[in-house]
Design a protein around this ligand. Structure first.
Ligand code: NAD
Length: 499
């Protein structure tokens, strides 16, 4: 059986004394490879390699660092189909969606190609007599990223693209469920000209995550995953004195105003609710039509559209979406479907028994749709992360706004309307971090920034864009005075002022 290596100091590393976890094929339910579960010793060798390489990299001029990113972009593009196929085989998302996962990551690499501009700093000439003030952004040193299963290419690239371009050395701990593509990306970075030791991939579970969070030489940790773990990671890393950003779960609402174009809504909603089997933190698993007429019309159109959805193995070109990632995740989604039924939601369209002849052990769940869901239901309050759409009917704009604003998660939200004033008010007032106006999955472009609010994010800086640059650097401010010999009127015992 194929055993995935760690990737440390520019080389594949297999250590004999580690335990392993299985990597499944979600289409068939069979084991296709195994991944080592790294220990403290694994991390130590990665940290040593990173420490050794980082200072020279920080001293390399930013334009040269950017050139590695340009080379890497070209290499990933040349290998895109191979990577997408590998990604799809472990995650279960269809090939075209796997290509999108890689492409969205590459867009952050494109942003990182412009790092000389982002690191220019600020300068004030003449802040006082003979005094100039300037600031510079310097790398933190050795930093780390811990990533979830659902975007095994994009999220690692969000993190290491910006961190390495800023002059840091990076240790990536990818999800143990689909860890192959991150190793391939690290190899391509070396091929692109990155010196060994600056991007290391260590595999493992919570044991190695704990070692990362406690390690005194790791100065910052970026985490993306589920909220309870994100919160625990945030607390433990902060206690160890690190800079931590920890993105968590989501339950994004789509508000449908009575004047919305329902045909467009349905087209967008089926993709946003069921695409990638609902395993996106920016999926739209909750739809909130405003008014009974809107709800009834939307319900009928949705049912008709759902009948057209093709659920099939991820390598079937006809598939709209494939299996979910693991048997455990399928069981978790089924649990929520049962719970919603018990809580009294109306099961309008049941995909829970969906099977595929020839692939009966694959982790498939058909599209599932509940109406008459209420805010007090546990199945509404918690993240399901599967192809399950819940409709909560609202009587007014304010009621819909309140639902999204009061939910424990605040990652993304969308409003569909033709009324500019309603859209503007919604965007201004809603208590959520990323807003779409007639856009179902408002994932911001790479040169803006990604991050939710409330229990969707702990820590205070977002991913990529200038927020990412801020996270991966520390600012130093220099006040310099070159006196001409005549301005000695300050009392040296008082705090200097510019008065
Ligand atoms: P997860 O929380 O199970 O795992 C995320 C990472 O944490 C993995 O690398 C895993 O190995 C590690 N981990 C698992 N258990 C741990 C523990 N007890 N202690 C420390 N580390 C642990 O998440 P997942 O199932 O891989 O990914 C899906 C989740 O990620 C969903 O909740 C989704 O909403 C969220 N997500 C959020 C965003 C965002 O930007 N907010 C983006 C993508 C995914």
């Amino acid at each position: 059986m194929r055993t995935l290596p760690h990737f440390i100091n520019g080389e594949e590393v297999n250590l004999s004394d580690e335990k392993h976890a299985q990597i499944f094929c979600p289409n068939t339910g069979t084991v296709q490879a195994q991944v080592p579960l790294g220990t403290h010793a694994t991390l130590e060798s990665a940290v040593a390699a990173a420490r050794e390489a980082q200072m020279a990299w920080a001293a390399t001029n930013p334009q040269r660092r950017a050139r590695v990113m340009f080379n890497f972009k070209a290499l990933v593009e040349a290998n895109k189909d191979r990577l997408a196929k590998l990604l799809s085989s472990e995650h279960g998302k269809v090939f075209s969606d796997a290509q999108g996962d890689i492409q969205r990551g590459l867009e952050v690499i494109e942003f990182a190609c412009g790092i000389p501009h982002a690191l220019k700093g600020e300068y004030t000439e003449g802040a006082g007599p003979g005094i100039d003030v300037y600031s510079m952004r310097q790398p933190l040193g050795v930093v780390a990223g811990i990533t979830p299963f659902n975007f095994p290419a994009m999220i690692p690239m969000w993190m290491f693209g910006v961190a390495i371009a800023c002059g840091n050395a990076f240790i990536l701990k990818p999800s143990e469920r689909d860890p192959s593509v991150p190793v391939e990306l690290a190899k391509l970075m070396i091929e692109a000209g990155l010196p060994p030791g600056l991007l290391n991939v260590v595999h493992g579970d919570k044991e190695i995550v704990g070692c990362i969070l406690d390690h005194p030489d790791i100065k910052a940790v970026s985490f993306v995953g589920s909220s309870d773990i994100a919160h625990a990671v945030y607390e433990r890393g902060a206690r160890a004195g690190k800079r931590v950003q920890a993105m968590g779960g989501a339950k994004n609402h789509g508000i449908i105003m009575p004047d919305a174009d329902l045909n467009q809504v349905v087209k967008d909603l089926v993709g946003a609710a069921f695409g990638s089997a609902g395993e996106r933190c920016m999926a739209l698993p909750v739809v909130v039509p405003v008014g009974e007429d809107t709800a009834n019309a939307l319900r009928e159109k949705l049912i008709a559209a759902m009948k057209q959805i093709v659920v099939a193995p991820s390598d079937d070109p006809k598939a709209d979406y494939g299996p979910v990632v693991t048997a455990q995740h399928k069981a978790r989604i089924s649990h929520y479907i049962d719970l919603a039924i018990k809580e009294g939601a109306e099961l309008v369209y049941d995909g829970s028994k969906h099977t595929i002849p020839g692939n009966t052990d694959g982790y498939f769940i058909g599209p599932t749709f509940f109406d008459k869901v209420t805010a007090s239901m546990q199945s509404y309050q918690e993240e399901i992360f599967g192809p399950v759409l819940q409709m909560v009917r609202a009587n007014s704009f304010n009621e819909a706004l309140q639902l999204a604003s009061e939910h424990q998660y605040g990652n993304g939200v969308a409003i569909y309307t033709r009324n500019g004033h309603a859209a503007r008010e919604f965007a201004r007032r809603v208590n959520v971090g990323m807003v779409g106006i007639n856009v179902p999955i408002p994932v911001p472009v790479a040169y803006h920034t990604f991050g939710g609010w409330k229990r969707s994010s702990f820590g205070d800086t977002n991913q990529h864009g200038m927020e990412g640059v801020k996270f991966w650097t520390k600012v130093k401010t220099i006040t310099q005075r070159w006196p001409d010999g005549t301005d000695n009127d300050n009392n040296a015992f008082d705090i200097p002022t510019m008065g």
